[in-house]
Design a protein around this ligand. Structure first.
Ligand SMILES: Cc1cc2nc3c(=O)[nH]c(=O)nc-3n(C[C@H](O)[C@H](O)[C@H](O)COP(=O)(O)OP(=O)(O)OC[C@H]3O[C@@H](n4cnc5c(N)ncnc54)[C@H](O)[C@@H]3O)c2cc1C
Length: 501
């Protein structure tokens, strides 16, 4: 992507900080809705989507809550809560509609370059977990978005679904799984880069690499964005009417610098990750699913272990993890000072309170950091009993920064979702947190626009364009079985998803 260098004296309509999937999604949405908007994107690295959005830094799961057990918690009375799962499934359908629009309008390459069908499975062992999975399955069947899911506790059936996971397992062990053929693997990095490439062909859009945003200040309703050239050290200021802080883990420090009252009291808790990447083509070939299990006690929800078939640049791959870890960096390419520098007078209380409330998480992370290669292999063998060390290599995954926010009851709480923080005047917004992440980028950005572009979003022009991009816009698919089925059949066709039984 070549920088077109827009005149630096003018006030741009939109500045997007960070070239990850969130900025790409917002940029494309806004430019489609108003082709006159001028947009400048600043990225501190020399390439787009090199942090969390890169294919090897995340698991590439099209999160639809088909297989992720942490989205369906078991309540004290034993029942299973599915509210969050339904919301995530709905959000992913919104993403698929938008991506279909991109494909149909040649704004991205063929669907195979970024999305593929992969069965999503939940796999559990032990009678209590089997009971939970059965209950979860039954409850999810009440919603149209989970139709097509199958449940089995029959070892023979499970061996057909996932031969390597079942091979070498104790035949006495109680096991069960659910399978959803509509699951997907998404290369969010490829998608992000394609969206930026398409955005860059439009007039009045510029993207600059090696430019780190250092400061943000609002003066007379206009944002002054201070940028440092990472190569030359030169500094300059760009003026903008609207700023999106889409800096991933780097969003919290920038939100603090913006000094908006809505940003006070937020803190960040970084969790790093590692994968085991399979290097044996025979093993890779014999597994074809994303298999999610139950997290250990104290584990953060995003550290639920999973055995993931991936499709990256047309090549099949297999990952296991993530193993969580602790680093004070907010970005994979960040600084060890990120966490200490983010502690301010207004967030120290919530951060201490959240820390005291999350001792099991701290203990879990310490245990994870101290894991030996043998411990990692033991964890893998719970999923692949016949796994051998020589077939696997350790890789560093992306960095997540979980949100800590003020709470009247606890002083501060640690959140595992995402948080869109917007100024009252709608002139700036930041995205904090990481889960369910890239899969739900489109609905997160639509919510952001509903807050920051309130008046425009209500106009017939924007509404009709939104409906062209997201045909179900304004309607809930989870409440409308016919609409859900028809939208699904369209997106499955356009995205060329090979959903077979
Ligand atoms: C281990 C792991 C597994 C995951 N698995 C999944 C999954 O299976 N499915 C899923 O949907 N999601 C998953 N996610 C979450 C998903 O990857 C993220 O939610 C998503 O990529 C975030 O996109 P983003 O654009 O906000 O941030 P990023 O992709 O991190 O982009 C932010 C960009 O901002 C830049 N930047 C930072 N500071 C500055 C600054 N001051 N100035 C200029 N540029 C700056 C960074 O260099 C970076 O390029 C996972 C994440 C991790 C870490």
């Amino acid at each position: 992507m070549i920088s077109k260098n827009i005149n630096s004296n003018k006030v741009v309509d939109v500045v997007l900080i960070g070239a990850g999937i969130m900025s790409a999604t917002l940029g494309v949405l806004l430019k489609e809705l108003d082709p006159e908007l001028s947009i400048e994107i600043f990225e501190r690295l020399d390439v787009a989507a090199a942090e969390s959005s890169d294919a090897w830094n995340n698991a590439g799961t099209g999160h639809s809550a088909f297989c992720e057990l942490n989205y369906t918690p078991q309540l004290e009375d034993g029942s299973v809560e599915t509210k969050k799962a339904v919301a995530i499934a709905e959000s992913f359908e919104i993403s698929k509609q938008f991506w279909s629009f991109l494909v149909q309008n040649n704004l991205v390459d063929t669907p195979e370059t970024f999305i593929k069908s992969i069965p999503h499975m939940s796999f559990v062992w032990g009678q209590d977990n089997v009971n939970f999975l059965k209950e979860r399955y039954a409850k999810l069947q009440e919603c149209e978005l989970f139709k097509g899911m199958t449940y089995s506790d029959d070892a023979k059936q499970l061996s057909e679904w996932m031969p390597l996971v079942m091979a070498g397992r104790n035949p006495e062990e109680k096991v069960a799984a659910t399978r959803m053929m509509l699951g997907t693997d998404v290369n969010f990095g490829a998608l992000t880069r394609m969206m930026f490439n398409s955005l860059m062909t439009k007039p009045d859009v510029d993207m600059e690499f090696n430019k780190e945003v250092r400061k943000l200040k609002q003066k007379d309703g206009i944002w002054e964005v201070k940028i440092k050239d990472q190569e030359t050290g030169d500094k300059r200021t760009v003026k903008a009417k609207f700023v999106f802080i889409g800096a991933g883990g780097g969003s919290l420090p920038l939100l603090e610098k913006s000094d908006i009252p809505e940003g006070k009291g937020f803190g960040g808790f970084p969790v790093s990750g590692q994968w085991l990447k399979c290097v044996n083509p025979e093993v890779i070939e014999r597994h074809n699913a994303k298999v999610y299990g139950k997290a250990s006690v104290g584990a953060p929800p995003m550290s639920v272990p999973h055995l993931d078939t991936r499709m990256i640049d047309g090549k099949k791959a297999l990952l296991f993890g993530p193993y969580a870890g602790f680093s004070t960096r907010f970005l994979k390419n960040g600084s060890l000072l990120d966490l200490p520098m983010s502690i301010k007078v207004n967030n120290i209380r919530p951060m201490i309170a959240a820390g005291l409330d999350n001792i099991p998480l701290t203990k879990y992370l310490i245990d994870q950091v101290r894991q030996s290669p043998e411990d990692r292999l033991d964890a893998l063998r719970e999923y692949l009993p016949a796994a051998v060390m020589e077939d696997w290599e350790l890789e560093t995954a992306g960095q997540r920064v979980q949100v800590i926010k003020k709470s009247a009851e606890h002083g501060g709480i640690l959140e595992f979702g995402t948080e869109v923080v917007t100024a009252a005047d709608g002139s700036i917004a930041a995205l904090l947190g990481a889960s369910p992440g890239a899969s739900t980028a489109v609905s997160i950005m639509v919510t952001l626009m509903e807050r920051c572009f309130k008046d425009q979003m209500k106009t017939p022009e924007w509404t009709s364009k939104l409906k062209a991009m997201i045909p179900s816009y304004g309607k809930a698919l989870s409440d409308d079985a016919a609409l859900a089925a028809s939208i699904r059949s369209q997106t499955t066709e356009v995205l060329n998803l090979q959903v077979t039984e």
